[in-house]
Ligand binder design. Structure first.
Ligand code: SF4
Length: 189
């Protein structure tokens, strides 16, 4: 599914402020999908998810997994249009948009999903458990193994992570994902 399929979507109020609908990027046959909460300013400007500073860190994290961002994974968000002032997507916006994510997952058929950050994980897993407690343990979303972890934007706030504990935990989560993929006989695409 491409942006021309969902086209000029007006299902929720986020369409009013968007410059670009940000659908997804990467390999639609990937065994691994990363899902964030929604586009930010850079993503709204370019139409590509995770291209700002957080995106650059995500690209490094993917590289540390021995993968290529364009070739070996698929990256998207729960909502496809930027919330004003980068606020969290509201429940009605998630409800309106999540069907597009589900359609993407039905096409990609990943073996593992990584949920990036509390907002995305809370929206998809229907929980309010802090991300620090959710992370590190597999659950499922629509029957697909799902690993919650920190959003790269959060990892960039070094004042909140002066000893890099969160970064180490995020890496532990990604190592668990690699082990899961290897156990499934899938080391990449
Ligand atoms: Fe449509 Fe999703 Fe954009 Fe809302 S966020 S207008 S549901 S594409």
């Amino acid at each position: 599914m491409q942006t021309d399929v969902i086209g000029a979507c007006t299902r929720c109020k986020l369409h009013r402020g968007r410059n670009h609908l940000v659908f997804g990027v990467g390999n639609p046959d990937a065994d691994l999908v990363f899902v964030g909460e929604g586009p930010g300013e850079d993503e709204d400007r370019t139409g590509v998810p995770f291209v700002g500073r957080a995106g650059q860190l995500l690209t490094k994290m993917i590289g540390a997994m021995g993968r290529d961002r364009d070739r070996d994974v698929y990256i998207c968000n729960v909502v496809k249009c930027r919330p004003p002032n980068n606020r969290k997507p509201e429940a009605d916006e998630v409800d309106a948009c999540v069907g597009f994510l589900d359609a993407q997952l039905a096409i990609v058929k990943p073996k593992v999903i990584v949920g990036l950050g509390a907002t995305a994980c809370h929206a998809l897993l229907q929980t309010t458990t802090p991300i620090s407690k959710l992370r590190g343990r597999f659950t499922t979303y629509k029957g697909i193994p799902f690993m919650p972890t920190y959003h790269p934007r959060y990892l960039l706030r070094e004042e909140r992570d002066p000893d890099k504990k969160r970064r180490r935990e995020a890496w532990e989560d990604l190592k668990a994902v690699m082990q899961r993929l290897q156990a499934a006989g899938s080391g990449g695409n």
